[in-house]
Design a protein around this ligand. Structure first.
Ligand code: ADP
Ligand code: MG
Length: 377
């Protein structure tokens, strides 16, 4: 029954994702390197069985450190890491990497250069007979799209192929969890797209649970079941890709996962008054409060008009769409994506309409630096 409690062992596990078993759990984990302040602080996350969890954030926000802590390369100074039902890291407990049964694929492919593809894949399979090793490698070669390349050396492969070998080698160990740290960042864009699709399909087919690190929100959107956005060593939001994009929990998240314009407004009588019109007072901010409305370019529509309040200041042609920058009467910019064939000259006066299915508001003080800030242009 749908009302069954979470954790009720009599219910089947495949009914709802909320009842799937957590494979990995981080509880308020902090790590610090010898130098300076902690690299990650109070990180709490979980990855459910068969789930692809993405850690997304700018360079230096602590993604790799989090992966290293999960893999057992970094001790934690606070909190707990649980794998399956085993506590593997805490300030007083530490299960070594080789007992964690975690597969890893990193940015640099880290293959054995003097071993052929086949031997790279079967490297850790000495406990199997030669026939069983061969069969397992053939299965993985096929799964990763490498059939026919088994006798090549790493230097005879493209970057994408090398990364597939690294993946096959990680999967050969039958890990309970796969960690991938920016695995596609050394590949050219075409190959990256293909690898994303193939990896996602492969993870699904093998029901593998994975934590994928990336600084690229498009990659996270394309790959993840859920995304954890990190900022300066802390988790800002954990949610589905759609929720991260449409209902970001902070201006940082809003800005990091796409173009975001923050239009100031004042709360009045249940609405928010801005130079782009009124918006619903989502979140019931008090009357008189200074807020900002999050505006995405896909919600902004422009129409050339003599009476329009906006003025086109730039256009970027992107093939499938045009990306406009509009100056509002206050001098503030707002961006708009229009169809590929909607081409208007710079300087055109336009009417600006916002058609959003929902409104996201933040307190204004969270978006602008305080008055003492020195960075404001
Ligand atoms: P990301 O993978 O998100 O780019 P990292 O986890 O590599 O971020 O780094 C997080 C923070 O820890 C950064 O401030 C970085 O400078 C610092 N850091 C990373 N590795 C080390 C190290 N080996 N020694 C000292 N500081 C480090
Ligand atoms: Mg990193």
């Amino acid at each position: 029954k749908s009302t069954a409690r979470r954790g009720d062992s009599s219910t089947t596990q495949d009914q709802a994702s909320s009842r799937r078993t957590p494979i990995l759990e981080l509880r308020a984990v902090s790590c610090a390197y010898e130098t300076g302040r902690p690299a990650i602080v109070d990180i709490s996350l979980c990855a459910l069985e068969g789930e692809i969890l993405c850690l997304l954030g700018p360079s230096g926000c602590g993604k790799t450190t989090t992966l290293r802590a999960i893999a057992g390369f970094e001790p934690v100074i606070n909190g707990e890491i649980v794998l399956g039902d085993r506590l593997v890291s805490s300030p007083t407990a530490f299960v070594p990497t080789e007992e964690r049964h975690i597969g890893m694929v990193f940015q640099e492919y880290a293959l054995f250069p003097h071993l052929r593809v086949m031997e790279n894949i079967t490297f850790g399979l000495n406990h199997l007979t030669r026939e069983a090793q061969r069969a397992e490698a053939d299965r993985l070669l096929q799964l990763t799209g490498l059939t026919g390349l088994d006798r090549r050396y790493p230097h005879e492969l493209s970057g994408g192929q090398q990364q597939r070998v690294a993946l096959a080698r990680a999967l050969a160990q039958k890990p309970v969890l796969l960690l991938l740290d920016e695995p596609f960042s050394n590949l050219d864009p075409d190959m990256r797209g293909k690898m994303r699709e193939d990896l996602r399909r492969l993870l699904r087919e093998t029901h593998m649970t994975a934590v994928l690190v990336t600084h690229d929100h498009e990659e996270a959107f394309a790959m993840a079941d859920r995304i954890a956005v990190l900022n300066q060593g802390r988790v800002e939001q954990v949610d589905t890709p759609e929720a991260i994009y449409h209902t970001p929990s902070s201006p940082f998240v809003a800005d990091f996962v796409g173009q975001a314009d923050f239009i100031p407004g004042t709360v009045q009588n249940g609405t928010v008054l801005t130079e782009l019109g009124t918006f619903p007072n989502e979140g019931d901010y008090p009357v008189g409060m200074q807020v900002v409305v999050l505006i995405r370019p896909d919600d902004v529509h422009i129409m050339p008009s003599k009476e329009g309040l906006g003025r086109i200041v730039s256009r970027q042609f992107r093939g499938s769409e045009n990306y406009y920058r509009i100056q509002l009467p206050s001098g503030r910019p707002v961006h708009s994506t229009e169809s590929s064939t909607s081409i208007y000259p710079i300087g055109t006066t336009v009417q600006v309409r916002v058609l959003a299915s929902h409104t996201v508001l933040f307190e204004k003080r969270l978006v602008q630096p305080p008055p003492t800030g020195t960075n404001e242009p």
